[in-house]
Structure formats: structure tokens, C-alpha cells
Design a protein around this ligand. Structure first.
Ligand SMILES: NC(=O)c1ccc[n+]([C@@H]2O[C@H](COP(=O)([O-])OP(=O)(O)OC[C@H]3O[C@@H](n4cnc5c(N)ncnc54)[C@H](OP(=O)(O)O)[C@@H]3O)[C@@H](O)[C@H]2O)c1
Length: 239
């Protein structure tokens, strides 16, 4: 994975194994194609293959404003789920609704768990309340509230840990509510080729925050660090 297990691809020239190459459909733009690998493939595997999100399910997505998140929102909404999407700034919330969120939570102003309890009720051992699925790649202090937001036999999907991989745990919720913690990692060749075709067919829209020249890599990175990005930042070679 370039940028993680290998040096990143913010270069004019890179070498990589030929098996990493994907043929782009003719009508796909380079900017849309660049936004898909990693984040969108990961979202597809998590929402569809591992999470098996079904129509009518309530799906709470933390960090929904990022690369993985904006694709999770779109795929879960397309599956017919009721999506509750979290973001850390008011300007991001309207955009979450535009891409398919039914409800939004401003985590800079609101307590995520309180909002879930107010809207859907507190989960009960015998059923009722809470959400069916939580998508959490944030970890840290969001982990235990995510367990508490799930209904009896709910599912927690995890593919990362932006805010900490060794969070506090509360096993009482895992056994009492018979929760399932489902890990998801990476994507397949088919995931990635299907995603490209979905974009060409108008079934999926890569959310592009900005597309700017390679020389502006530091600014693009700073925006990510400052949590001022909605979707993907793309770097182009047209300086
Ligand atoms: N396993 C895999 O195959 C795989 C593949 C891709 C990504 N991942 C993991 O998935 C996660 C998301 O990746 P991404 O590319 O979507 O990242 P991203 O574009 O930076 O989005 C992450 C979102 O999380 C929120 N966030 C950022 N820092 C945070 C913090 N300290 N505490 C709480 N929320 C924070 C931000 O939203 P707000 O500011 O709006 O809250 C941001 O939009 C990462 O942990 C990444 O390592 C795993």
C-alpha cells in the first residue's frame, strides 16, 4: 500500500509492481480515478462484503466527512439504510446530507451518544433502541460510546483507529448486548474495478474536496491535519 507500507506517490515518477495497475474505463477522469483507491475500496469492503448493510438498517458513521466516510455514506444510503453521519464542523453537515445522510451530528457541539439516545432510544437487552450498525475507524474515546449506541446484536465495523488503537473497552456491552465487532481491511481488485464502473455509470460520485498541483502537497496535507477537508484531496501533475 503506497503511502503506508511503501513510500507515497506524491511524485512525478514512481515505480510499482505491475500487478498494482488497474485499467481505467474510457470515460473516467484521472481526478475521479485518483480519488478511488484505498478509501473507496475500503469503504466498499466494509459496507458491503464485511458489514452486509441491508435496507432499513440504521447505520451510524463516525468521521463520515473523510475519504472512507463519504463513500460509506453513499454506499449505505444506496443500500437503503438510514444513515446517521457525524462531522466536526457545521459546514460539513449540509454536505453530508447532500450525499445521502438522513441525520447528521455535529461532534464539535453535540454528544454523539446523547443524540442517538434522544432520537432512537436507549438500547434495551430485550430489543429496541439504538442503531443496528456503527462504522468506527476513529477508535480512541469514541470506542465505548459506539458500543453503547448499538442495539441488541448490533454490529460494529472497524477498519482503522485515527484517534488511538488501544482505546478503553467495556466488555459488559459486548456480552450483554451480544454485539459483533467486525474488522475490515483493504479491498479486492474487483472492488476497485466495480467502483470505477459505478462512477462511469453515475451510481457513485467521488467527493473531491480539491484538486491542485503537486507543488501544493504541503498545503493539502496541512488541511487534512487541521480537519478542514470534506472527501478527498487530489494532487495533479498539471503544475
Ligand atoms: N484498513 C484499511 O484497509 C484502511 C484503508 C483506508 C483507511 N483506513 C483507516 O480509516 C481511517 C479513515 O481514513 P480516511 O482516509 O477516510 O481519513 P480522512 O479522510 O482523514 O477522514 C477521517 C475523518 O475522521 C475525522 N477525524 C480526523 N482526526 C480525528 C481525530 N483525531 N479524532 C476524531 N476524528 C477525527 C475527520 O472528520 P471530522 O473532522 O469531520 O470529525 C476526518 O474527516 C484512518 O484511520 C485510516 O487509517 C484503513
Amino acid at each position: 500500500m503506497m503511502g503506508e507500507t511503501l513510500p507515497g506517490a506524491c511524485r512525478e515518477l514512481v515505480t510499482m509492481p505491475v500487478g498494482n495497475l488497474l485499467r481505467m474505463p474510457e470515460k473516467l477522469s484521472f481526478i475521479d480515478a485518483a480519488a478511488l483507491p484505498i478509501a473507496y475500496g475500503t469503504a466498499r469492503r466494509m459496507i458491503e462484503t464485511r458489514g452486509a448493510i441491508r435496507s432499513g438498517e440504521r447505520v451510524l458513521i463516525l468521521g463520515a466527512t473523510g475519504g472512507v466516510g463519504t463513500c460509506c455514506v453513499q454506499l449505505a444510503a444506496a443500500a437503503g439504510a438510514e444513515v446517521i453521519a457525524c462531522g466536526s464542523a457545521a459546514w460539513k453537515l449540509g454536505k453530508l446530507k447532500e450525499i445521502g445522510a438522513t441525520h447528521v451530528i455535529d461532534t464539535s457541539q453535540q454528544d454523539m451518544l446523547k443524540v442517538v439516545y434522544q432520537r432512537f432510544g436507549k438500547p434495551r437487552y430485550m430489543g429496541g433502541g439504538g442503531v443496528d450498525v456503527v462504522v468506527n475507524y476513529i477508535g480512541g474515546n469514541t470506542w465505548v460510546p459506539s458500543l453503547k449506541a448499538l442495539r441488541h446484536q448490533g454490529r460494529l465495523l472497524v477498519c482503522g483507529a485515527t484517534a488511538g488503537y488501544a482505546p478503553a473497552e467495556d466488555l459488559r456491552y459486548v456480552w450483554s448486548f451480544e454485539l459483533q465487532i467486525i474488522g475490515s481491511d483493504g479491498w479486492t481488485y474487483e472492488d476497485q474495478t466495480d467502483l470505477m464502473n459505478m462512477v462511469v455509470q453515475g451510481k457513485l460520485r467521488p467527493v473531491i474536496h480539491s484538486a491542485r498541483p503537486l507543488s501544493q502537497t504541503p498545503q493539502a496535507l496541512q488541511e487534512l491535519i487541521d480537519r478542514k477537508v470534506f472527501g478527498k484531496s487530489v494532487l495533479t501533475m498539471t503544475d
